[in-house]
Ligand binder design. Sequence first.
Ligand code: ADP
Ligand code: MG
Length: 478
Amino acid sequence: MEWETVIGLEVHAQLSTKTKIFSGASTQFGADPNTQACAIDLGLPGVLPVLNKEAVEMAIKFALGAHATVQHKSVFARKNYFYPDLPKGYQISQYDRPIVSHGYIDIQLEDGEAKRINLTRAHLEEDAGKSLHEDFHGLTGIDLNRAGTPLLEIVSEPEMRTAKEAVAYLKALRTLVRYLEICDGNMQEGSFRCDANVSVRPKGEEKLGTRTELKNINSFRFVERAINFEIERQINVIENGGTITQETRLYDPNKNETRPMRSKEEAHDYRYFPDPDLLPVVIAEELIEKVKRELPELPQEKRDRFMQQYGLSAYDADILVSSKELADYYEEAVKVSGNHPKLAANWVISELLGVLNKNNLEITESPIEAAELGHLVARIADETISGKIAKTIFECLWEKEGSVDDIIEKRGLKQVTDTAAIEKLIDEIIANNPAQTADYRAGKEKLFGFFVGQAMKASGGKMNPKQLNELLKKKLQG
Ligand code: ADP
Ligand code: MG
């Protein structure tokens, strides 16, 4: 039997507001426990929440960036449940009237295909506090600093078919919220969290299978692994005559498996109802227009511009716009290179990103500055150095040995382009290798490589390859 996988993602993006969604307490990360929770976040009697306008504007920004609809009227609702990190006994969220609906994210698949993933909705809500288990023997500590932090929950349609598509969607979504500057996208710190809903069905079947919801997947790698584990598990269960239970499952990265957390039977009845302390959110068209005017160039627009302006492939452009910082780096390098966009793209993508990844560094932490990489490209383009020598210089730049021109000068790496000097060297090589010369002239053309090698060795790789080839051919012909 052939199976088809169905995946829908729920993403919680922590909004980068200065203060909380319903109080004036700071949202700064890393403060001492319970120093950033005010009476409202603690849910003390008699307090009233006041909606943070910045959070609303960020939701509007998201809607505009994701081609979605801003609802002119949305409603906050109470989601009731008991947990120690939720002192009010309810979370303020949105239920049947979310602030954002529809929209889509376009993803780029590895085979070069593009696919559109539709969004169902995005709604505003407050985060809960944190339970701390580690430092408390037999007890649980509660830190309410995170309580009331604004979240945008972004819900996709069940339109992804592989774990790789899910990762591509998540990456595109994270790139978007970072461009919009509404979320820092940090998965480790939990400011960009994902729950994956996964089901399988026989290929060709229209009805969706029973889904499970996977939690605790806080890196792209874990998202892919958790989904793939879950697909296999579900198929196994069904093929062995069992049925899938709708439940929440926890991913364990150490064992690379998912296991049940709570089933539908134990699932909470949240008794949603409109929050009587908060008025409906009414958004005027003028506010939407204002936010629209302030929107930066977004990833897809930038990608299209890079393809047009710099003649890049969709694949290369997609990589370069994956973060705004990387795109800026590239454009700076192109400018300094004297307008050699394709060569600059090759050096950024194949060389720089390669070593950055190997060393686990972000583009903002690159030891080689954009202007310096641009200089390097300029020196290749004006034939001061060969591509091969450029790799040596690149390594020197990485080690902070100085500027490109300094390194060329100090290490004597300038390419030999003086025809007379090249000819002199060729004459010497021909004189020193009479047997090979005779064989070549007798028709053994494969020996050409031998002469190129000799010349490169004698010049320390600095010979201009094009000139060398031409002159060598002429001289060998005699
Ligand atoms: P809930 O609010 O209970 O989590 P939703 O209907 O809002 O349920 O769905 C949450 C997510 O689950 C959405 O991203 C949706 O696309 C996805 N989803 C719903 N049904 C399925 C299914 N059968 N298989 C995979 N994903 C699903
Ligand atoms: Mg859910």
